[in-house]
Design a protein around this ligand. Structure first.
Ligand code: LMR
Length: 404
């Protein structure tokens, strides 16, 4: 009998999960996982933040809680805290009631809801994202209804820094009303953010060319260890009067990967648009997931609203970001000790979870096949996969690979 499903072409694998699966299937005990962007302890284990355990225990003990639906736009106490976290407690936009918060499904769902709103309700269908960017941006914006998908120059491969001149040139050439997707901090995959001065230049062209700002901030707290410092660019753009949508993820900074805790913060210049905005956004969410899950959002809300718990969360972020910094220093020092051809300062200059090593796809395949060191084919490594026991092995594997 014929099938409606006959002839479905095989889609390309999702690289980050594909490489992670190859690692999981590998039986060699030497194997090292530098693929997916998730935190690992010195022992190579996932980490449930102690403050998350505390909040979970309190929620479990609270007999007044039930499993009724949340409102379509999400759990309000969470939205309030998520908004304050990204904009700052003393944000003028919050004081002036020019902010809308929508709970979404982690970073991806937030991007999707924001993009779909822009495409369907406002008719913005042209987007520019950095080259390179996170592997999912293109798919999310395409599926949200964007018809013109473009990139702006971001990375100077030779000098391993942000190519600000070409970045500005590309934004200058973008048609007015294009959506410009910017990584709020800890750029994925390069680990290199614009300097404050460069952010000012980006903001200037966004305003002058009437471009629309879409921030994606999935690593707040991971760039510097300080969530306020990591939101500097977003807050600067707001000070300059820029309207924007911001997709926030709480996967990494709370270690709540599979709880899908995300938030879309929208800053508008005229607060009279808020009721109609919300009414339209409700329909976008209704057609996607109808209303969001509660557990993770309640954990985040509980922690951020309680100064003592919040302090414990800051401590956890500091612990994670400083372990990553130590691993950056250790990898670089080992490579330099081995005299590995090339320069390796970029490993310690980059920030957040990732390093864009500069290794080629062929070198990556060699590392995977010969040394069982798994990373992404563009050369991105997750520093969290390193620890004091495997960093020397990884450096030796890199060394052998670049000399091959
Ligand atoms: C990553 O970049 O590794 C993470 O954001 C995980 C993902 O979903 O791609």
């Amino acid at each position: 009998m014929s099938s409606f499903f006959a002839g479905i072409p095989m889609a390309a694998p999702i690289e980050v999960f594909h490489m992670n699966n190859l690692y999981l299937q590998e039986t060699d005990p030497k194997k090292v996982n530098l693929t997916i962007g998730a935190y690992r302890t010195e022992e190579g284990k996932p980490w449930v933040l102690p403050v998350v355990r505390t909040a979970e225990a309190a929620l479990a003990a609270d007999e007044t809680l039930n499993h009724e639906y949340l409102p379509v736009l999400g759990y309000e106490p969470f939205s309030k805290e998520a908004t304050k976290l990204v904009l700052g407690a003393d944000s003028p936009a919050i004081k002036e009631d020019r902010v809308i918060g929508v709970q979404c499904l982690s970073g991806t769902g937030s991007l999707r809801a924001g993009a779909e709103f822009l495409a369907r309700v406002i008719g913005l269908k042209t987007v520019y994202y950095s080259n390179p960017t996170w592997g999912n941006h293109d798919l999310v914006f395409t599926n949200a209804g964007f018809t013109s998908l473009n990139s702006y120059t971001y990375w100077d491969q030779i000098n391993r820094k942000v190519d600000i001149d070409n970045l500005i040139k590309d934004l200058d050439a973008a048609p007015p009303k294009s959506v410009i997707l910017l990584h709020g901090c800890a750029h994925n995959p390069t680990g290199m953010d614009p300097t404050k001065d460069q952010w000012k230049q980006i903001c200037e062209v966004v305003k002058r060319k009437n471009l629309f700002t879409f921030f994606d901030i999935a690593y707040q707290g991971f760039a510097s260890g300080d969530p306020d410092a990591d939101a500097w660019a977003i807050r600067y753009f707001i000070e300059q009067g820029v309207e924007m949508v911001i997709a926030q993820s709480f996967a990494k900074n709370f270690g709540l990967y599979n709880e899908r805790v995300g938030h879309l913060t929208i800053v508008v210049n005229d607060k009279s648009v808020i009721p109609s905005f919300k009414s339209q956004m409700q329909l976008i969410i209704r057609a996607n997931w109808s209303n969001p899950p509660a557990h993770g959002a309640k954990i985040v809300a509980k922690v951020l609203a309680d100064p003592a718990l919040c302090q414990q969360w800051f401590d956890a972020i500091k612990a994670m970001s400083s372990r990553i910094r130590e691993m950056r220093a250790a990898l670089r020092a080992n490579l330099e000790k081995l005299g590995t051809p090339g320069t390796w300062e970029h490993i310690t200059q980059q920030i957040g979870m990732f390093s864009y090593t500069g290794l080629t796809t062929d070198q990556v395949m060699h590392l995977v096949e010969k040394h069982k060191v798994f990373l992404l084919t563009d050369g991105r490594i997750n520093l969290c996969g390193l620890n004091t026991k495997n960093v020397e092995y990884v450096a030796k594997a890199f060394d052998e690979t670049v000399r091959t």
